[in-house]
Design a protein around this ligand. Structure first.
Ligand code: GLN
Length: 192
């Protein structure tokens, strides 16, 4: 059984837990640095990136995630998780892990279309994914090491940089588990 952690400070961590359990994983809810022991991958859920970041800034918790990632632990950030992974956040000094070489814009689709669904074509997947966007960010810029896996309205919404994966939407809110399966493949690739 794959042992996968879900950062459980705030946001949609229970929904991620359900998908991972359906896919046969043992799920650890990660609330402190000690919960990182023995997990093979980590999901950072959607929610409120400032609230999650405040906790990560305490007691070296975020630094310990950065270290674990540097040692090879794959990390997948969704929505607020994508914001927390990015190196640069437009107009904000809030805490971030900076594991993804990208510039992110929060609440980027504007007020009129704060929340919406769309069918996305994903690089490497045969059929479209129904994606749920909730006050979603997008990436304005990525470095050449970042592989763009999906765009919506010409905005970058799903990327991979080695063992770091990030999407602007909420894959845990639909029945389609292919995005989580994609992450578990990266986990298998990096953890053997
Ligand atoms: N707007 C939120 C933020 O900036 C992200 C929204 C989400 O995770 N659904 O943190």
């Amino acid at each position: 059984k794959r042992k996968v952690g879900v950062l459980a400070i705030q946001g949609a961590f229970r929904e991620h837990r359900k998908v991972l359990e359906k896919l046969g994983c043992e799920v650890i809810e990660v609330r402190t640095s000690s919960d990182l022991q023995g997990i093979e991958g980590l999901i950072i859920p959607g929610g409120e990136s400032t609230a999650i970041g405040k906790q990560l800034a305490l007691d070296g918790f975020g630094e310990d995630i950065i270290t674990a990632a540097a040692e090879g632990m794959p990390v997948f950030g969704t929505c607020a998780g994508m914001i927390l992974l990015s190196k640069k956040i437009i107009g904000s000094e809030q805490y971030r892990l900076g594991l993804l070489d990208a510039v992110v814009k929060r609440n980027a689709f504007g007020r009129q279309v704060a929340s919406f669904e769309a069918d996305l074509q994903i690089k490497g997947l045969d059929d479209d994914i129904r994606a749920v966007f909730i006050r979603a960010p997008y990436l304005l810029e990525v470095s050449p090491e970042v592989d763009i896996l999906a765009e919506y309205a010409e905005k970058i919404v799903f990327v991979r940089q080695g063992h770091i994966l990030a999407c602007a939407f909420h894959p845990e809110l639909t029945e389609d588990s292919r995005i989580h399966e994609y992450f578990l493949k990266i986990v298998a690739e990096y953890q053997g």
